[in-house]
Ligand binder design. Structure first.
Ligand code: COA
Length: 508
């Protein structure tokens, strides 16, 4: 056996279990449930899912697929195209899979990312037949060292009937030592999670496993797919500016110190751009307790702005991947990767008092936020971890551009068409026009602030009129119910949310 490989599999008994991806895929039968590693395109099982897709061309089958979050390497796309998925949870972000979900061909459970492990642990979900997890090595005492994400791998390995390890030699083996795997134990019998600072190490460097469960080790050599983040634009830069001004106000009021509070920033282009805004700010010595660590995070570390970042996956663009992975030792004392149950745990989010920044598809005039459903019906990606953080953070901030689809859609609407984050959880809404600080305000105080500070100027008159009419009807949270979704209906019928009389006004 290749010397390098035998070094990566510390326990000699396991070395005889190396199999091809095709052999591993041949063990998977119709109706089974798989727990795959992978979180936001990072550290995903690659070879066995591909082999399974090939196998399904000869022997059609359907499986349930649980993951950490979205998969890279087009695995979600190809599994969706091959029609091999019955049920998928807890998150995805692929356009083909999204389409199949919205056509009803794939059953999708959109889950808070910290909840999946609890449901697996307590045997609520279908039992997992195979955990298939990517690793950079297996230690002498049989611990699986994950690669670029931890996600739900530890609970999948613990609960699955069998474990298949994809040993990926393309991933840097120096990742060993960056992970911190902690198991919370059963509900009702567990102790408080002993994590009081973002850089606390509370667990082990790898996933402990009963070695008899590892029935196959598949050798692979493929890097993660690079992230698809687009660079900041004028609007996202403006959003970042407003965020920084808001944070300055909090510091001036003595509610935050100069190094703020641990930051969580969500996925997507807007959240990434917002982090870039911190690069040029006066804030430094920052701490991060987040889920996905994207490009901007590493720029902030390199610039000395971020002291320490705790996450659950590293998802980078191609160039950034090269730079970071060839220089991992420089980040060793500045990074930790944890299971998503811990990175997103409400107990810790509340204890650390996070500043949580996530992206909305739309928000309404009272502060409810929709992050997932286009026009209340079609799934975009999923709630991800945004709800884990939003309910429990010290400061819950949602960012969004004020309009979408060239202005045909207003991101500020009378009533969101689906509620992911209720008005009770949302502290601040920011668009490129400004921010609305909703804390301590009653619904009728919030609406004018959101309309005047956050909505696109072209949509403000239409929003003002809605609110005025709603006020006449009275109530704690005034609405004109028959018109509450009229904006979405108007878009479906005419391709724009703007009513004709306001279209005329904006043309004048
Ligand atoms: N109605 C319909 N479509 C809308 C919309 C709205 N109100 N607002 C935005 N969109 C569309 C955009 O036009 C864009 O479409 P395209 O892909 O066809 O270009 C798409 O949604 C993405 O919008 P974009 O402005 O590029 O934002 P993004 O890349 O930052 O993603 C979310 C935004 C909300 C989709 C993404 O952040 C997400 O999935 N969030 C939920 C999960 C989450 O918050 N996880 C983090 C927890 S740690």
């Amino acid at each position: 056996m290749d010397k390098q490989i035998s070094e990566l599999i510390g326990d000699s008994r396991l070395r005889s279990r190396i199999v091809t991806a095709e052999t591993a895929a041949s063990w998977i039968k119709d109706g089974m449930t798989l727990g795959l590693s992978g979180f936001t395109r990072a550290g995903d099982a690659k070879a066995v899912p591909f082999a399974l897709i090939e196998k399904a061309k000869q022997q059609p089958l359907k499986v349930n697929v649980y993951t950490g979050a979205s998969l890279g390497s087009d695995v979600d796309k190809m599994m969706a195209e091959a029609g091999i998925i019955n049920k998928r949870l807890p998150f995805q972000a692929d356009s083909v899979m999204r389409k199949k979900i919205n056509q009803g061909e794939i059953l999708f459970i959109d889950q808070h990312l910290s909840h999946t492990a609890e449901l697996v642990r307590s045997d609520v979900l279908n039992p997992i037949d195979f955990a298939i997890v990517e690793a950079v090595s297996i230690t002498e005492d049989g611990m699986i060292i994950p690669s670029t994400s931890v996600g739900n791998s530890s609970i999948f390995v613990k609960k699955a009937r069998h474990v298949i390890v994809e040993l990926n030699t393309a991933q840097p083996k120096e990742l060993k030592g960056l992970h911190d795997i902690y198991e919370v134990g059963k509900q009702g019998k567990r102790e408080p999670i002993p994590l009081t600072k973002v850089d606390d190490r509370i667990g082990t460097i790898g996933i402990s496993v009963d070695e008899d469960k590892i029935i196959g080790i598949v050798l692979t050599n493929q890097l993660d797919s690079p992230s698809t983040i687009v660079p900041p634009d004028a609007e996202t830069a403006a959003i970042a500016n407003h965020l920084i001004n808001f944070l300055r106000k909090e510091v001036a009021a003595g509610r935050l110190s100069e190094n703020l509070a641990p930051i969580q920033a969500g996925i997507g282009s807007v959240a990434n751009a917002v982090l870039y805004g911190l690069l040029d700010s006066e804030f430094s010595n920052l701490e991060v307790y987040s889920e996905v660590l994207q490009d901007a995070m590493f720029d902030l570390i390199d610039a000395g702005k971020v002291r320490f970042a705790s996450g659950c996956s590293i998802t980078l663009s191609q160039n950034k991947m090269k730079q970071v992975y060839s220089n991992l030792d420089a980040y060793r004392d500045k990074l930790i990767l944890r299971p998503q149950e811990i990175s997103n745990h409400p107990e810790i989010v509340r204890r650390l008092g996070l500043i949580s920044i996530n992206t909305a598809l739309e928000a309404d005039i009272y502060g409810n936020v929709n992050s997932t459903h286009v026009r209340g019906t079609n799934m975009m990606n999923g709630i991800g971890g945004s709800g884990d953080f939003a309910r429990n953070a010290r400061l819950t901030i949602f960012v969004t551009k004020s309009i979408a689809k060239n202005g045909a859609i207003s991101s500020i609407v009378p009533f969101v068409s689906h509620v992911d984050h209720t008005e009770h959880d949302v502290d601040v809404i920011i668009t490129e026009y400004g921010y609305a600080d909703l804390r301590g305000l009653a619904p009728i105080e919030r609406a004018p602030l959101i309309i005047e500070n956050c909505a696109h100027p072209d949509y403000r008159p239409q929003l003002r009129e809605y609110f005025k009419e709603a006020l006449k009807r009275g109530g704690q949270t005034p609405h004109v119910l028959e018109k509450a979704f009229s904006w979405h209906i108007h878009y479906e019928k005419y391709g724009t949310m703007m009513e004709p009389k306001y279209q005329l006004q904006t043309q004048q």
